[in-house]
Design a protein around this ligand. Structure first.
Ligand code: NAD
Length: 367
């Protein structure tokens, strides 16, 4: 994963404006700013790139939750993490004894940060163990699995949230307002793309269809799909997609670059794309009486935006800290997250339809 991580880091750095403190923008006066009486304990499941590079550091900056436990199959990682983050032995689990977490009152929330094919099993096991769950994106291999996850969490009476950190990011929250409230009239077109140049381990799970569900579309395209949906605040009804592969030997099982057009009920022209071969990360919106855009739009190294050509100038935040703090407050108050499982499901319905369209070469209905 070293080269891929380098490439991903480069992508993020290129997109970076640097971190700041939690935003005080009125648009972000949200649940995250209200402190619960007690900090809730989070256990990270899967200590790979995202957990070690982003989530664990972000959990050092949270107000409403803290890194209470870990679940790992690698004993050496357990030793390192215990030392680095002061995690007691009793809060360290492996994949075999994971279900015993049910008896641990230190753990309120389980955060599933595993390869996509493991999201369903571990999210459902966590909910059955009585824990509230954050599941990383993409939520599951397909929409049917997302539905199963949602049903299992409901049955266990546990809250479920997807790791959609951008819903807590001030530039993104403002873009949602501009689009959804039609501040510059109706949105007429959206153009968005997300991707990075993948040069990592050819045997990585991200390149295996059965483990990742797909390639750049599942990993990066999910953001472009989200971006279109949260700009309009509407659900797309049909999609037509095409793809290209410049490295078919490397991307044997999964998509490299995918292009799509989404049909929304309002008739807006919406084009999206995803790639493991291009460093993209933008969301450009044209409305009847103005335009606005984010670029970088989707990373966590800093988001930048323009409204009618003028900078948005919101502070940069640690998105994951805001996201986890908000979920902790939702759990304390027993209210649904703004990014519940249904958000992940809606994106996966679009992804499923894009794959159907790549196969059929035709417009495919979403849902
Ligand atoms: P990674 O490969 O670096 O980490 C995956 C972890 O799962 C590793 O620690 C690995 O040991 C563990 N694992 C356990 N069983 C495994 C198995 N059978 N096969 C492979 N690995 C196994 O991946 P990552 O980049 O940390 O991604 C994990 C999840 O986080 C993915 O769903 C990814 O889409 C998501 N992610 C989200 C963001 C974001 O910005 N929200 C960013 C990066 C990754």
């Amino acid at each position: 994963m070293a080269t891929q991580n380098t490439s991903r880091r480069k992508f993020i750095r290129n997109a970076s404006l640097g971190f700041g403190t939690l935003a005080l923008s009125p648009a972000l006066v949200n649940l995250a700013l209200a402190k619960p009486a007690k900090k809730l304990g989070i256990a990270l499941v899967g200590l790979g790139y995202y957990s070690s590079g982003q989530l664990a550091p972000a959990l050092q900056k949270t107000n409403n939750c803290y890194l209470a436990g870990i679940v790992t199959g690698t004993p050496a990682k357990a030793v390192d993490w215990a030392k680095k983050y002061n995690i007691p032995e009793k809060n360290i689990y492996n994949y075999q004894n994971f279900d015993e977490i049910a008896k641990n009152p230190d753990i309120d929330i389980v955060y599933v940060v595993l390869p996509v094919f493991m999201h369903k099993e571990y999210t459902i096991r966590a909910a059955k163990a009585g824990k509230h769950v954050i599941c990383e994106k993409p939520m599951a291999l397909n929409a049917r699995d997302c539905e199963e996850i949602i049903a299992a969490c409901k049955k266990a009476n546990r809250l479920l949230s997807i790791g959609y950190r951008l819903h807590f990011e001030p530039h993104t929250v403002e873009l949602m307002r501009l689009g959804q409230k039609q501040v510059f009239g109706k949105v007429t077109s959206i153009d968005t793309g997300n991707g990075f140049t993948y040069n990592g381990d050819p045997n990585a799970w991200r390149l295996k269809k059965a483990m990742a569900g797909g390639g750049g579309l599942m990993d990066m395209g999910i953001y472009s799909i989200q971006g279109s949906r949260y700009t309009l605040g509407q659900e797309p009804i049909a999609v037509k997609a095409t793809q290209e592969k410049t490295r078919p030997d490397f991307f044997k099982e999964v998509d490299e670059t995918v292009y799509w057009e989404l049909k929304f009920p309002g008739g807006q022209k919406v084009n999206g794309k995803s790639s493991y071969n291009h460093d993209w990360g933008y969301l450009k919106v044209q409305a009847e009486k103005g335009s606005f855009q984010l670029e970088p739009a989707y990373g966590y190294g800093g988001i930048d935006g323009l409204v009618n050509g003028k900078p948005m100038n919101y502070p940069q935040i640690v998105q994951q800290a805001a996201q986890m703090d908000d979920f902790a407050t939702c759990v304390t108050r027993n209210v649904q997250s703004r990014v519940p499982g249904e958000e992940g499901l809606k994106d996966m319905r679009v992804v499923d339809a894009i794959y159907r369209s790549l196969d059929s070469g035709k417009w495919e209905t979403i849902g």
